[in-house]
Design a protein around this ligand. Structure first.
Ligand code: GLC
Length: 513
């Protein structure tokens, strides 16, 4: 693996949705000081890195993915000073912090966009992508039309209130489509690098990058977008070699070549991630099939030439929670997989206690079906589950109404809880380099038709066999590995034979070989 921030080698991330994590000022919405207050909890779990969803000023039409000021923490979360203090406190605990960069679009409230809407030419005329006539709409994209005196339609990236920033077209085909190296697109790129520089200079340790693969348009093979990010990586290597960038791209063969240190496998894209956790018959539900996932994983692993890390998250703010399809012991088994794979693990807040996906909630801030995965963290059994002292009606999203909802307080002292299992798994991972982010992987059983998943992780001479059986029935894995010591076990003891291992139903073993 090439040049990289070394802290990534054993980073285990925790994703925080700031609205819903901890509210210390009683307004019903989580805040930065709430995150600072809970850093010791994250440390206790064993995570040593954070990704915090957007916390910049915004009209919150898409929960903050519609930025109106890249340089200012949204007042509802606190101040820039609060976040700098949070970086400092995190660093004292050995925790690195990634913020969320949204480079592809802004809110339509952003001052750049307001200038860009004007008929008279100005510095921001080319900051967004506009056709040169209101009667022409950009092919393949939604657009904003008839909203100002400017004669043109403005391309949107996601929701209609998120106009696309202009990084140019890989193959311009219409007169209004600018080349990537034209003045306007280059100015946008520079503006985004300035944002990156600003927060890194304040002490943040990098960024998760929103929709990273979609910046350059008419870019079928992503060649333009790859070149753009390589340019950003060059600047980082020079100015901030310890900063880490993870892309929301979902195609590691492209993103890692583009210079990202990490990419996610996601609920969209070619990875078959959903086969494992989120579909009619997910593999970790006990009856599914992991083999397409494994096939794709190995393909990406080969193609990305170990240029960076392929990261498999437990979930995120855009998909149903892990506990929606997978329950009880099988959640522990799913975590045994997530925490023994190469790449940096990412735990979505609350997944470590098995928080539920809450159905039927009214959409909040552009969440729609995603709202149910964004409910407040469940700390204890006090009012609002310890999340906030606000009246229940003022909470950002209602607390899970289930009387038996899981809480940190209940689980942290219970050795058999999901929290304790996740904590144990992180600690086993942190004691063995072969299990950490850079260790190699070789599959010996690909989880076809509900069969076990088994693989050998290795690093610098250390070799660990991981065998996982989420199915109800025992299963045999053919292997001539010589088991030296079992270092982690879940469920009943495995039967070790001369040329095979028999795993009981719902059982896991990690063993030095
Ligand atoms: C990403 C974010 C999602 C957001 C979208 C638009 O997919 O994760 O929450 O709505 O981009 O920025």
């Amino acid at each position: 693996m090439g040049k990289r921030p070394e802290w990534l080698d054993n980073a285990v991330f925790y994703e925080i949705y700031p609205q819903s994590f901890m509210d210390t000022d009683g307004d019903g919405i989580g805040n930065i000081n709430g995150i600072t207050e809970k850093l010791p909890y994250i440390k206790e779990l064993g995570c040593n890195a954070l990704w915090i969803n957007p916390c910049f000023d915004s009209p919150f039409g898409d929960a903050g993915y519609d930025v109106s000021d890249y340089y200012k923490v949204a007042p509802r979360y606190g101040t820039n000073d609060d976040i700098v203090k949070m970086f400092e406190e995190a660093h004292k605990l050995g925790i690195h912090v990634l913020l969320d960069l949204v480079p592809g679009h802004t809110s339509w409230d952003h001052p750049w966009f307001k200038e860009s809407m004007k008929a008279e030419r100005n510095e921001y005329t080319d900051r967004y992508i506009w056709t040169d006539s209101i009667w022409e709409e950009p092919k393949g994209y939604g657009s904003l039309r008839g909203i100002s005196d400017r004669d043109g339609s403005c391309l949107v990236n996601f929701f209609s209130h998120q106009p696309a920033l202009n990084y140019g077209f890989y193959k311009p085909e219409r007169p209004w489509q600018q080349a990537m190296d034209a003045e306007g697109p280059m100015a946008t790129r520079k503006a985004m690098m300035d944002v990156i520089r600003f927060w890194l200079s304040k002490g943040c340790d990098g960024f998760r990058v929103d929709m990273a693969g979609s910046l350059v348009k008419n870019d079928e093979d992503s060649k333009g977008t790859i070149a753009l990010w390589q340019d950003v990586r060059n600047f980082l290597d020079k100015e901030y070699p310890n900063a880490a960038f993870v892309s929301e791209w979902g195609e590691p063969d492209k993103s890692l070549q583009a210079g990202f240190h990490m990419d996610f496998l996601l609920h969209f894209g070619p990875s078959h991630y959903n086969d494992l956790f989120r579909c009619g018959k997910p593999y970790f539900g006990g009856e599914g099939d992991a083999s397409e996932f494994v096939k794709k994983y190995l393909e990406s692993y080969e193609k990305s030439e170990r240029k960076g890390l392929i990261c498999i998250p437990s979930g995120n703010h855009d998909m149903e929670r892990l506990a929606y399809y997978i329950h009880d012991d099988r959640l522990k088994i799913a975590f045994a997989f997530l925490l023994s794979m190469p790449g940096a693990p990412y735990i979505y807040y609350g997944d470590e206690i098995g928080m539920r996906y809450i159905e039927g909630l009214t959409s909040k801030e552009g969440g729609y079906s995603r709202t149910g995965a964004r409910s407040p963290m469940q700390w204890d059994d006090s009012v609002n589950a310890g999340f906030s002292s606000a009246p229940a009606n003022d909470l950002y999203i209602p607390i899970d109404p289930d009387a038996k909802r899981p809480t940190v307080k209940k689980q942290i002292t219970d050795d058999n809880s999901l929290f304790s299992e996740v904590k144990k798994l992180i600690s086993v991972r942190q004691s063995h380099k072969a299990l950490q982010n850079l260790g190699d992987i070789e599959f010996i059983s690909d989880g076809a038709n509900g069969k076990p998943l088994a693989y050998i992780r290795s690093f610098d001479g250390e070799k660990i066999l991981v065998a996982i059986n989420p199915a109800d029935n025992p299963a045999e894995i053919k292997t001539d590995c010589n088991i030296v010591e079992q270092i982690y076990k879940f469920g009943e003891d495995p039967e070790i034979k001369k040329d095979s291992i028999v795993l009981k139903g719902k059982a896991v073993v990690f063993a030095l070989i």
